[in-house]
Design a protein around this ligand. Structure first.
Ligand SMILES: [Zn+2]
Ligand SMILES: [Zn+2]
Length: 229
C-alpha cells in the first residue's frame, strides 16, 4: 500500500483486528491485546516487580527504567508495520492508549520530578525525509496529548544513519551505535525524560540514546515502547 493511496482516501479505513469500518484499530480489538508480562525484567527476563528493569540491569544500563506496553502480538506487529512503512499515522492514537496505560501504572508507583518531558528517539535526517515522518515522534505526540506531558522532539539528534541491527551481535550493535546520538546545543535539558520508541528488541538503541541524555545531565531516564520485539 503506497502512502499516496492512503492519503487519497482510497485505502478503506478498517480495523486491522476485526475489519470493522471507520476505525484503524477498534477499542474491542485493542482491549484483547495481551499487555506486558508484569513480573519479568524486559532485558534479562529475571523476576522483577512491575515488569521494569531488575536491579542488575538497572546498574548496567544508562536507562533507569524500561517499559513496554504489550507483547509482540500479531495485531501490534501489523499496526507498527503500517505506521512505520505505510504511513498509517492515524494508528498512533490507538497505540498511544497502550503507551498511556503502561505509563500511568508506572507513574502511580514512582514519585518523579515534576519536570518530565517525552523525547522521541530521532531518525537520521535523510531517513526521516525519505519516510516523511518519524514514527517515534508521531507516537510521542499522541502520548503527550493523552497524558498531558510536553514532547521535546529537537533535544536528541541522530548523527548518522545506522545499518539494521537485527543481524548484529550485541558487541557489534554497541559499536554500530557509539556516539550516534547527540544533544542539540542550547536546549534546556529536562530532569526526567521518557525516551520513546515504537519497539525494542535488545534495547541497544534506547541505551545509546539514554547514555547521551545522561551525559547531558538528565537525572532520570525511562525507556518506553509500544512493544517488545
Ligand atoms: Zn477491531
Ligand atoms: Zn534484568
Amino acid at each position: 500500500m503506497s502512502i499516496s493511496l492512503i492519503l487519497s482516501g482510497l485505502f478503506p479505513l478498517t480495523c486491522l483486528g476485526c475489519g470493522r469500518e471507520g476505525v484503524t484499530l477498534c477499542s474491542e480489538c485493542l482491549a484483547r491485546i495481551p499487555r506486558e508480562a508484569a513480573g519479568d525484567c524486559p532485558r534479562c527476563d529475571a523476576v522483577s516487580p512491575y515488569g521494569d528493569l531488575c536491579t542488575s540491569c538497572q546498574r548496567q544500563s544508562s536507562l533507569d527504567h524500561l517499559l513496554y506496553g504489550t507483547l509482540y502480538h500479531p495485531v501490534i506487529r501489523e499496526a507498527l508495520h503500517r505506521l512505520k512503512y505505510e504511513g498509517a499515522t492515524a494508528l498512533a492514537k490507538p497505540l498511544a492508549t497502550i503507551l498511556a496505560a503502561r505509563l500511568r501504572v508506572f507513574l502511580e508507583t514512582h514519585s518523579l520530578d515534576d519536570e518530565i518531558a517525552i523525547v522521541p528517539v530521532p531518525l537520521f535526517w535523510w531517513r526521516e525525509k525519505e519516510r516523511g515522518f518519524n514514527q517515534a515522534l508521531v507516537l510521542a505526540r499522541a502520548l503527550g496529548e493523552r497524558v498531558h506531558l510536553p514532547v521535546v522532539s529537537e533535544l536528541l539528534k541522530k548523527e548518522r544513519a545506522t545499518t539494521t541491527q537485527t543481524k548484529l551481535t550485541r558487541k557489534e550493535r554497541l559499536a554500530n551505535l557509539a556516539d550516534v546520538f547527540s544533544v542539540r546545543s542550547g536546549m534546556t535539558v529536562p530532569a526526567t525524560v521518557i525516551l520513546l520508541d515504537d519497539i525494542f528488541t535488545t534495547a541497544a538503541t534506547l541505551t545509546a540514546a539514554a547514555r547521551t541524555l545522561r551525559h547531558a545531565g538528565v537525572k532520570t531516564i525511562i525507556g518506553l515502547t509500544v512493544a517488545k520485539g
